[in-house]
Design a protein around this ligand. Sequence first.
Ligand code: NAP
Length: 283
Amino acid sequence: MNIKGSTNIVGLIGHPVEHSFSPPMHNAAFEALGMDYAYVAFDVDPSDLKSAIDGAKSLDIKGFNVTIPHKIQVMDYLDEIDEVAGLIGAVNTIDFKEMKGYNTDGIGAIKAIEEVTSVKDKNVVIAGAGGASRAISFYIAKYGAGSLTILNRNVRKAQNLAEDVLNSGLIDSVKSGSISTINDCLIDADILIDTTPVGMHPHINDEPIALAEDMHEDLVVFDAVYNPNETVLLKEAIEAGAKPIYGIKMLLYQGAESFEIWTGKKAPIDVMEEALRKTLNLE
Ligand SMILES: NC(=O)c1ccc[n+]([C@@H]2O[C@H](COP(=O)([O-])OP(=O)(O)OC[C@H]3O[C@@H](n4cnc5c(N)ncnc54)[C@H](OP(=O)(O)O)[C@@H]3O)[C@@H](O)[C@H]2O)c1
């Protein structure tokens, strides 16, 4: 990387940030396109968030990704919030040109799924009702799903999220329930999205949220967990003849979307995916 006096800086703020996969992914993209940009990670204590944003403005930083624990609080320091990010109530990307916040996590999941099938008019079941589920659910609604069923261990949380998504007016049919009813819900489902950490390293042999016998061949199964690459749930999907989608794709496409917001250029997906796979030791 050739850092010069003119180099544009983008980066990540979070706490902690040292294990982030974003710097190698974005820097590979800038290098491949010969762009005078560099991506760095900044560990920002929550008590320093406002001064970090003010400082970034003064330093002419072009864009930030935002990760835990700043995704909600940072909205207080922006001039504008993208409509869906506002509904989600969290941003993971800032464009300093307009001091505008976006949430590309949900779009990342949609683009991962749309490599295999369109979300439009589909019956979608999502497991989990935490941050990732919230980001994805509003985009599932925005992209025209026919119905959305949110299942969670804590049913109240699923009900609250379902109510918020329904109130957005983006979709007419949103149901909620206990994750223990997943086998019944999968009978008519076209797409299953797992946003629980079940099966995540080091618990790779956890009991998956659904078994092959609960699935059918026309089902598409996306697991947001990316470590390991092939989770217990995706193994069950493959056994059932269903189509698996890997969590790494969501990481990739949320990054690509941020890249395009900051630079206005089409993200070099293949280059970014190769860098991500290398960082995750998935070559
Ligand atoms: N691929 C990507 O780019 C990407 C991006 C974001 C997140 N993720 C992954 O998505 C997962 C969730 O992240 P998050 O930020 O949404 O976390 P979160 O806000 O903590 O939510 C976790 C959700 O999983 C449920 N859950 C936790 N343990 C469970 C278990 N043993 N059985 C059933 N349900 C369980 C929780 O249910 P309760 O409410 O009942 O506790 C909650 O709904 C993580 O594995 C994360 O790595 C991936």
